[in-house]
Unconditional design. Structure first.
Length: 151
């Protein structure tokens, strides 16, 4: 597809059809003390799936987070989360073009936009889920959304 025919990302043509927390598992020992937490370790996985014919995209964001305490504790607080977003994109056929191997080439910054929306919205959802738990001090940091796409 030539540059002239590539679609342009138009934010108003993106709508969130559905958002779900499909996994929310927090484990925290009864005697765990938030005062001992000096940080968190986390791991992210992000994946996009496309249905170009129906102009739909599914975004999966999975997160594993664990507290870091300076004193050796028997068990740190930890959490596993999986967020799913379903998007409808009116001009998806211009922005996500399959090749002959059925691999999708993204145009117009679509991947970056979907990664940004998914990550930022998940941050807010996670904030409310962690309140009152051993992970309540954890905040998803601001990142370059392109790092999600590289993984």
């Amino acid at each position: 597809m030539s540059a002239e025919k590539q679609g342009k990302l138009i934010p108003e043509k993106i709508s969130i059809v559905n958002t779900q927390i499909v996994k929310c598992n927090i484990e925290c020992p009864f005697d765990f003390s938030l005062e001992n937490v000096q940080g968190h370790e986390y791991n992210l996985e992000f994946e996009l799936a496309f249905n170009v014919d129906d102009s739909m995209v599914k975004a999966d964001l999975e997160l594993r987070v664990t507290t870091k305490s300076p004193e050796q504790v028997e068990t740190e607080a930890s959490g596993d989360f999986h967020f799913v977003f379903i998007y409808h994109i009116e001009n998806l056929n211009e922005l996500a073009v399959p090749n002959k191997n059925k691999e999708i080439t993204l145009h117009g910054g679509l991947g970056n936009a979907l990664a940004s929306i998914t990550y930022s919205t998940s941050r807010g959802m996670l904030f409310s889920q962690l309140r009152g738990t051993g992970l309540e001090g954890f905040r998803l940091p601001v990142i370059d959304p392109n790092t999600l796409l590289k993984n």
